[in-house]
Design a protein around this ligand. Structure first.
Ligand code: APR
Ligand code: PHB
Length: 402
């Protein structure tokens, strides 16, 4: 039976980044991934990094191409009522964000891990966790027709929302919080120049739209659609016409259309499981929480979990201390819930959530308030560029009871 220090389930960004950071700190791990490397790399996801995520990827030694090809953005635009307000992220917070596709991060991480050919087992089926509640967990899996077992000190469940890590824990030991939204996002990737240097988020009575990008030659556009829609109902011409209708004239005239190279519909969901640690099993990224896509917090939250867990494991193996491991769930959840709140709020502000004219008036009033109040714009900007972690001292600093 092979043994390792940390068994990692899932080779999405969470699993690969954790494995890479552990490797750089001399900690051995194995990553077990159900899909092939090509399949995992072919998934189109968001592409907006908070600066703390940028720094973590640099710490992991995979920042070189990202810093060369990524686009630094200092602001975003909120379009509504045929006009728009620019939110000066850098001016309001001193921080920027980096536009760099998750697909590219996935590639950079897989290349870095490929230096050790035993580090990642692609196409590992029927992965099972056992004894995660004891000091001797092990995982088993099937690869190329043979069953294997790995003994480890810790298991990191990095296997996304549909993985097995979370559901290996009995129901009565976890609490789940969930919200589904009554609409979806239709996303199109096209090799056309973006309509603007910065992202444009659009609140329109026909529904939300977002103009994003992957590079100066590749655009990523989204429009709010009905949950029951299918991509076949949205041929390219219909998509571009609908996007055009939702844009204020100043942006619409900059729109360049072209054939979609990818088109997909995603449902929107908020989800959190508590706690994020069960014995020697730690849940990381989408395995523990899902946010609706506006604001692109999914990958950034995953990176924040990885940062906490990798530092905790390094402390454990260097000094034998369990303090950071013990704090992992509480500290991660503090940040997760703040991002949950922001993603929910931003979703509610920008989408057509109902036919209620009162709700629509409230949205427009709030957007005008953000456009004219520095304090309101700053609250948005601070969340958008990413919140830090509340340290143990901060979470204790509640007002004293009289
Ligand atoms: N066994 C092995 N691997 C599994 C299993 C399983 N039973 N179930 C799922 N996986 C793999 C998936 O194939 C996937 O490659 O786990 C990986 C989970 O990756 P993601 O879903 O990308 O989750 P995560 O790495 O936490 O990334 C979080 O990136 O993927 C985005 O939307 C996500 O933005 C979010 C961020
Ligand atoms: C994306 O480029 O996919 C993206 C960017 C910003 C968001 C959401 C998605 O808020």
């Amino acid at each position: 039976m092979r043994s390792t220090q940390v068994a990692i389930i899932g080779a999405g960004p969470s699993g690969l980044l954790l494995s890479q950071l552990l490797h750089r700190n001399g900690i051995d791990s194995i990553v077990l991934e159900r899909q092939s490397r090509d399949h995992v790399q072919g998934r189109v996801r968001a592409g907006l990094l908070e600066w703390s995520t940028v720094e973590l990827l640099q710490e992991a030694g995979v920042g070189e191409r990202m810093m060369r090809e990524g686009l630094v953005h200092d602001g975003i635009n909120l379009a509504f009522a045929d006009g728009y307000a620019r939110i000066d992220l850098h001016g309001l917070t001193g921080r920027s964000v980096l536009v760099y596709g998750q697909t590219e991060i996935q590639k950079d991480l897989a290349d870095a891990r490929a230096i050790n050919p035993d580090a990642v087992v692609w196409e590992a089926s029927d992965v099972a966790l056992e004894s995660w509640d004891t000091s001797h967990p092990h995982v088993s899996f099937t690869h190329r027709g043979a069953r294997h077992e790995v003994r480890c000190d810790f298991v990191a469940g990095c296997d996304g929302y549909h993985g097995i890590s979370r559901i290996s824990v009995p129901h009565d030991r976890r609490s789940q919080y969930e919200r589904a939204y009554p609409f979806g996002w239709l996303g199109v990737l096209a090799d056309v120049p973006p309509l603007n240097d910065e992202l444009v988020y659009v609140n329109h009575e026909r529904g939300f739209a977002l103009c994003s990008m992957r590079s100066r030659a590749r655009s990523r556009y989204y429009i709010q659609c009905a949950l029951e829609d299918s991509v076949e109902q949205w041929p390219d011409d219909r998509f571009w016409a609908e996007l055009y209708r939702r844009l204020p004239a100043c942006f619409a005239r900059q729109l360049t259309t072209g054939p979609a190279i990818e088109k997909s519909i995603a449902p929107l969901r908020s989800f959190v499981v508590e706690p994020m640690r069960f014995g020697r099993l730690f849940l990381v990224g989408d395995a523990a929480h899902i946010v609706p896509p506006i604001g692109a917090k999914g990958l950034n939250l995953a990176a924040a979990d990885v940062r906490l867990l990798s530092h905790a494991l390094v402390e454990f193996y260097r000094a034998g201390a369990t303090g950071l491991l013990d704090e992992y769930s509480e500290r991660a959840l503090d940040r997760v819930w703040k991002a949950m709140r922001f993603s929910w709020w931003y979703t509610t502000l920008m989408h057509r959530c109902s036919d209620d004219p009162f709700a629509r008036r409230l949205q427009l009033a709030e957007l005008r308030h953000i456009a004219h109040s520095q304090a309101a714009a700053q609250a948005l900007a601070e969340n958008y560029v990413g919140l830090g972690f509340a340290g143990p001292a901060a979470s204790r600093s509640k007002p004293e009871q009289a």
